[in-house]
Design a protein around this ligand. Structure first.
Ligand code: KG4
Ligand code: ZN
Length: 348
């Protein structure tokens, strides 16, 4: 069964075809990063106008070599995200579903991020052969805890530009939110810290790059929020601002220390929750899961297997939307043409 996935929740226009919820047939992402970088962040009005320009070419490219009669459903992100951006994807999906007489499947962007863990890139679409990515390299590093199959119940950490959610997944479509950020999301903290350090947008990859030539030698706070699965990163961001104002520190050392402070909290709190809940697996997802220090620490410290999608499937894409849509369709969950965008949609 083949699903066309469409994703336009923020600043990536994406379309993909995925077979049976896992095999990537095509995966096209048109990033707007260059357009928004000059403003230091995503400008919602600019984002939605850009989606309008790119949505049709992106879908056409994803459909290259695929016949419409071989497509079984149209999955689209309807929230959370920017209203104007979501509207472009949802309306494109509705138009195609109507014209081709295909089921319309509304998908949560957060749920879709989790489903990146079910994706197996096809040899044609990517050199990667298995999720989690780089299993070869990780095994070389002495981390043999790789496992390509998600097993329930599992603990999902979704760390993106807008969310830091800890979610218990008992089965397909069964989610219970355990914790979330009380202020800045992890990716948002990376983006704001990079702006303070003058490293540009998006901040996560910029800080990761700067941190490579620094050492995590500076003391920065960690908000542990004991007895809660919630996170908080705004105090850390303020501490970084004060550190930079005082002067006399290297950008690389600040970047490395900041990155480690975020990674420490995410790794320790997620592993603690996994032990408490006795889950057999941890699933990482969202743009911040592309961070190598984060993934190395998880693989080194977790007592249970950790699944990590390849970096290009951690950041926004439509293959994860199509994979998630497949499981919705299997469960008979489809939507009518009254499907509307829900910018503040929550999971579980
Ligand atoms: O999942 P995503 O692509 O979009 C949202 O749903 O928000 O996540 C984007 C976020 C941005 O805040 C970006 O700075 C962060 O993920 N990010 C990273 C890395 N790559 C992207 N953060 C840390 N390290 C990275 N390598
Ligand atoms: Zn995302």
């Amino acid at each position: 069964m083949r699903i066309l996935g469409i994703e336009t929740s923020c600043d990536e226009t994406a379309a993909a075809i995925v077979e049976d919820g896992s095999r990537i047939v095509s995966n096209v992402v048109a990033s707007q990063i260059d357009i928004h970088a000059r403003y230091g962040g995503v400008v919602p009005e600019v984002a939605s106008r850009q989606h309008l320009l790119t949505i049709i070419p992106v879908i056409s490219q994803a459909m290259a070599g695929v016949a419409w009669q071989d497509v079984n459903g149209i999955a689209v992100t309807f929230g959370p995200g920017l209203a104007g951006s979501l509207l472009v994807g949802v309306n494109a999906a509705k138009a195609i579903a109507l014209a081709k007489n295909l089921p319309l499947i509304g998908v949560s962007h957060l749920e879709a991020h989790i489903y990146a863990n079910w994706l197996v890139p096809s040899p044609a679409s990517s050199p990667l052969t298995c999720s989690p990515y780089d299993s070869g390299r990780r095994e070389e590093e002495g981390t043999a805890k790789v496992n390509c199959e998600a097993k329930f119940p599992c603990l999902c950490l979704i760390v993106s530009g807008g969310h830091s959610d800890l979610v218990l997944m008992r089965g397909h479509g069964q989610f219970e939110k355990l914790g979330q950020t009380r202020d800045d999301a992890a990716g948002e903290a990376f983006d704001k810290a990079a702006r303070i350090l003058g490293l540009g947008y998006p901040g996560g990859p910029a800080i990761e790059q700067a941190a490579r030539s620094g050492s995590p030698c500076l003391s920065l706070p960690r908000a542990w929020l004991k007895d809660s699965h919630d996170f908080s990163f705004s105090g850390l961001k303020t501490a970084l601002w004060h550190l930079v104002q005082q002067g006399g520190v290297s950008v690389a050392d600040v970047a490395a220390s900041f990155q480690l402070a975020i990674v420490d909290v995410l790794v320790v709190k997620t592993i603690e929750a996994a032990k408490q809940l006795k889950v057999g697996q941890i699933l990482l997802s969202g743009g911040v899961a592309a961070n190598k220090t984060l993934t190395q620490q998880f693989l080194a410290k977790s007592p249970v297997p950790v699944l990590i999608p390849p970096p290009d499937l951690c950041t926004d894409n439509a293959a994860m939307v199509a994979a998630c849509g497949y499981y919705h369709l299997q469960a008979g969950k489809t939507n009518g043409f009254d499907l509307d965008v829900v910018p503040s949609l929550s999971l579980g």
